[in-house]
Design a protein around this ligand. Structure first.
Ligand code: SF4
Length: 221
């Protein structure tokens, strides 16, 4: 039995906060900066869990997830205020990689570090109670969480196919697949008007149902 077999959530999140695997014993090239794990699970009571990709450079600097234009877009999709978004009893945030992975040669963000899911996601999701609503942002999170809940067959090859299939995924798993709210996906959103006309109303209703009396804000017009 490992020394961490009966670990509680507070102890696990302390170990995650101190994690330096991608600097000291990485699977590939080491992180080009000091790791700074960014996630929010509080006491593990979040009604909604947002599972995304990895922090960007701005979030790496602030330590606050989605404290950037992507976060503003996400909050408008969800129809929630910053106050609700950052209330850990309302919303938890667990990306596939907890640290900013650095930039690729074109200046884009690298994929989430694989070390993170291999090391931390198993014990973390074993300790987190199932939320009322899980939102998977981007393909990495969609593939991981659909496999985790026993439906890897629903994982699509492309982000478009993954999100286009949202009704089947939602019905089968209670996971809502969304694109990452990055500016890089603005053109995709514009090309796929069903996302705003069909999926977002269902998302906002699901958010309102999950938050219950805490309520949600009307979407920005
Ligand atoms: S990305 Fe994950 S595994 Fe890598 S240093 Fe950060 S917390 Fe540790």
């Amino acid at each position: 039995m490992s020394e961490h077999s009966h670990e509680d959530l507070a102890s696990l999140t302390r170990r995650i906060a101190a994690c330096r695997i991608c600097r000291d014993t990485p699977s590939g090239p080491p992180l080009p900066h000091e790791p700074r794990p960014v996630l929010r699970v509080g006491a593990g009571r979040a009604l909604i869990l947002i599972c995304g990709q990895a922090p960007g450079a701005r979030v790496h600097a602030s330590g606050i997830p989605f404290d950037d234009p992507s976060g503003d877009t996400l909050r408008s999709w969800l129809g929630v205020t910053r106050e609700t978004f950052y209330d850990e009893d309302c919303i938890g945030i667990v990306p596939m990689g907890f640290c900013f992975p650095g930039h690729d040669s074109k200046g884009g963000d690298l994929p989430p570090r694989k070390e993170c899911a291999r090391t931390w996601h198993g014990p973390l999701f074993a300790l987190l109670p199932p939320p009322r609503l899980m939102i998977a942002l981007g393909l990495y999170a969609q593939r991981y969480h659909l496999a985790r809940v026993g439906r890897p067959d629903l994982a699509a090859r492309t982000l478009h196919d993954s999100v286009r299939n949202w009704r089947e995924v939602w019905t089968a798993t209670s996971i809502l697949p969304l694109p990452h709210p990055s500016w890089r996906n603005r053109a995709w959103v514009a090309r796929n008007p069903w996302f705003e006309s069909e999926l977002l109303p269902v998302l906002r209703q699901a958010v309102g149902d999950a938050l219950g009396p805490r309520g949600i804000e009307p979407p920005a017009t």
